[in-house]
Write a protein that binds this ligand. Structure first.
Ligand code: GLA
Length: 479
């Protein structure tokens, strides 16, 4: 439609706006600084499949500024999208196959028939994440005859660094599947479907990564609330820059197991408080709902944690006795498939982290909205406190993350914390922009130059970042 109106006319502008606002926003122009990359991807696609791709889909990674491990407890988070992303060149496959190629050296090609998509959660190869997004849309939209797709995938998000490269892959695959099948799905529905379908690979996170991936706006951080999913823009202070630095410890499969176990611990903590407070405990699965039932602000829930949950670890036997359940019933009621062998539950500390962090996230947003004099300092303190809580109560940090947080603070950040799930991955720091150069050089010297392994990674894992746009579709023109 937009192309029929006279270029520059009011009608053309309105049509263009409608085209951009509608999802998928199909954009004609790849950003200038990305043209070379997309052209190379187009060439790879052409070499492999003999035709030009029909379109490109892209989905960004994210950095969470505050609100860690609270989304699956019902609480809000405050991330921003990165410039780094997953891009897929996509075209139809007439043989009804998914023919998947990845430009990364360590990633094998994969082919399957569209009617026989199987996801093996014991072997999380890159293509399994693609298949999650694919199935999310095919099943979510009840597509009985999905089309075949040829896909070349290229990624710039550092992998296993807590910057959500896997979720971006799932989201990008979902977007590519949606567009290939001629569908239009709202961003909120896509985010929700992608959160659900990541469970096929065994990840039971909350909805933060998928929500920011689809709903991000360039230049803005975002406050994301759940149940129902809604967002509001958060303007980050002028004069500061967020810097990401990797601890150079990869988040491996163990992180996913720990993460799934934290989901279970917080669920049981909610049920213990609910039962002790005389609520119908089986109805409660997330800490937020218990807090709302008790009509107490999150930051004041500490009193209930101290009163209702003893601070030493709970054993499974003790929990069975407490709830009056057998081991199997407890597994059924509260555990997940890959956590049924766990026997030690730190309910008190986990719940205290979640309620404290939920309060800090709300305060961070409010502080940004009010933008009072020197408010960056308050934000910095909130970030520092968040890291301490992750380290001490949630136990999702590792020594290298703690070391890096310390280095970043000494290098002049206003606040530094681990970001993402933890157990490795990255630290995010809020740095006065005028001290940026000095900060980066000090972190290079004081952290990265300490080992050859770190030194080898510094160029792509230490960088300043600005809030980028959300997922998009581009026509393959003008390359
Ligand atoms: C992972 C999950 C997210 C969130 C973070 C921790 O990235 O996918 O939903 O829970 O961990 O904040």
């Amino acid at each position: 439609m937009a192309s029929k109106a006279k270029s520059g006319s009011k009608a053309a502008k309105a049509a263009e706006k409608a085209n951009i606002d509608r999802f998928p926003p199909i954009l004609k122009q790849v950003p200038d600084n990305q043209k070379q990359r997309y052209a190379a991807l187009q060439e790879t696609f052409q070499k492999r499949f003999g035709t030009k791709p029909a379109f490109f889909a892209r989905a960004p990674g994210r950095v969470n500024l505050i609100g860690e491990h609270v989304d699956y407890c019902g609480y809000s988070v405050l991330p921003m999208a990165l410039q780094q992303d997953i891009v897929m060149a996509v075209g139809p496959n007439p043989d009804k196959k998914l023919d998947l190629v990845n430009t990364g050296d360590h990633y094998d090609d994969f082919t399957t028939d569209v009617q026989h998509v199987e996801i093996d959660d014991t072997r999380p190869h890159w293509h399994q994440y693609f298949l999650c997004g694919y199935r999310g849309v095919v099943e979510g939209e009840k597509i009985s005859e999905p089309v075949g797709m040829n896909v070349v995938t290229d990624g710039t998000i550092p992998a296993r660094a807590g910057l959500s490269s896997s979720s971006a892959l799932v989201c990008c695959a979902a977007l590519a599947t949606m567009h290939s099948n001629g569908l239009k799905i709202s961003k909120v529905k896509l985010a929700t479907d992608c959160m659900e379908c990541e469970k096929y690979i065994g990840t039971h996170g909350g909805g933060m990564d998928q929500a920011i991936c689809f709903l991000a706006k360039e230049g803005m951080a975002m406050h994301i609330e759940f149940h129902p999913l809604c967002t509001s823009d958060v303007k980050i202070p002028n004069g500061v820059t967020f810097v990401i630095a990797s601890s150079c410890v990869e988040m491996n499969k163990a992180a996913a197991t720990h993460c799934n176990f934290r989901v279970v611990e917080t669920r049981i903590a909610a049920q213990v408080i609910a039962k002790t407070e005389g609520l119908d405990w089986r109805k409660y699965r997330v800490l937020r709902h218990v807090q709302e039932a008790l009509d107490t602000p999150p930051a004041e829930m500490r009193a209930f944690c101290n009163k209702d949950i003893h601070s030493n670890a709970w054993t499974k036997n003790e929990l069975c006795t407490f709830f009056g359940l057998t081991n199997e019933e407890l597994n059924e009621e509260s555990m997940s498939k890959n956590t049924i062998n766990e026997n030690v539950f730190e309910l008190h500390d986990r719940a205290r982290h979640v309620y404290g962090e939920a309060g800090r996230t709300i305060k961070f947003k409010k502080t940004c909205d009010e933008a009072k004099k020197n408010y960056e300092e308050t934000l910095g303190i909130l970030m520092d406190t968040s890291h301490e809580s992750c380290r001490e109560l949630y136990k999702c940090s590792v020594d290298e993350l703690d070391e890096l947080v310390e280095v970043c603070r000494n290098a002049g950040s206003l606040g530094s914390r681990l970001t993402g799930a933890g157990w490795g991955g990255c630290v995010v720091s809020m740095v006065p922009t005028k001290k940026l150069k000095e900060f980066i050089s000090k972190v290079r010297t004081d952290f990265y130059s300490k080992t050859p392994e770190r030194q080898a990674q510094v160029d792509h894992t230490l960088f300043a970042t600005k809030p980028g746009p959300g997922a998009r579709i581009y026509e393959p023109t003008n390359l």
